[in-house]
Design a protein around this ligand. Structure first.
Ligand SMILES: CC(C)(COP(=O)(O)OP(=O)(O)OC[C@H]1O[C@@H](n2cnc3c(N)ncnc32)[C@H](O)[C@@H]1OP(=O)(O)O)[C@@H](O)C(=O)NCCC(=O)NCCS
Length: 221
């Protein structure tokens, strides 16, 4: 099991939200009850804070060039280390604006070997407008099983229910068909198609912008 400073996470999230004018949280113990869901569970997955023990799995995922073809990472061990460092640093920051969850596959019995199969990140980009972004990366061996949708749904719920976001965005290269379809499956609306706006791996890419409002998400149930 990873060592997680759960209490520290609660305190940090409490500080973030109690500073927000859009949130009214009566007291710390009520808040701890409210966000017991900081560690997310779905039918087949568990999403927990990323930790140093995740590095080998992260390296295995990121060093496959097919995995990072349309995203900013290079397929190197140092990219994996940088992502882990960023995630660990974000967890210590105050106010905290970034959450990078390790996606863990659970067995049919609900048990897990705690091995990470991907990451699900939420970043509060614009606190004043309660806007954040979502990003998902899944090891290739686990693609096409609906696991990214399942992890994404947990991420969306975390963004709206725990972080109190009003608007969640996501972006991907127009050629990244898997990502675009994933955003649509998460109920996000395509709000823009930017022409040749992102320079990645030596090529200009068109970029698709997606967004979902908290109200829309709640109305859909
Ligand atoms: C994007 C990614 C997470 C999707 O993972 P996945 O496990 O294949 O996704 P799911 O199985 O949950 O499927 C989601 C939807 O995308 C579709 N999809 C998956 N791969 C696809 C592909 N290569 N082309 C077109 N559609 C694809 C699935 O069919 C499904 O749609 P459907 O339910 O209508 O059939 C995965 O491809 C990945 O990690 N890519 C590299 C990192 C990346 O680009 N991340 C996105 C940046 S936010």
């Amino acid at each position: 099991m990873c060592r997680q400073e759960v209490s520290g996470i609660y305190d940090q999230a409490f500080a973030n939200l109690s500073n927000s004018s859009s949130w009214r949280v009566a007291n710390r113990s009520a808040f701890r009850q409210l966000i017991k869901g900081m560690e997310q569970r779905t039918q087949r997955l568990r999403l927990r804070e990323m930790c140093v023990e995740d590095l080998p799995a992260l390296i295995a995922t990121i060093t496959d060039p097919r995995q990072v073809r349309f995203i900013e990472f290079e397929p190197t061990e140092s990219s994996a280390q940088a992502l882990l460092d960023w995630s660990r640093k974000a967890a210590q920051e105050s106010p905290r604006t970034a959450y990078s969850f390790a996606i863990i596959l659970t067995g049919e019995d609900g048990m897990t070997d705690d091995r990470m199969i991907g990451t699900c990140s939420l970043v509060v980009r614009d606190p004043a407008n309660r806007t954040g972004s979502l990003g998902i990366l899944l090891d290739r061996r686990y693609h096409h099983r609906g696991l990214a949708v399942e992890a994404g749904q947990a991420g969306v719920r975390f963004g709206f229910e725990v972080l109190g976001l009003h608007r969640l965005t996501a972006g991907c290269a127009a050629q990244n068909l898997a990502s675009a379809r994933l955003m649509e499956r998460l109920g996000m609306r395509r709000e823009g198609h930017l022409i040749a706006s992102h320079w990645q791996k030596g090529v200009w890419h068109d970029w698709l912008l997606y967004a979902l409002l908290e109200q829309e998400w709640r109305e859909r149930g």
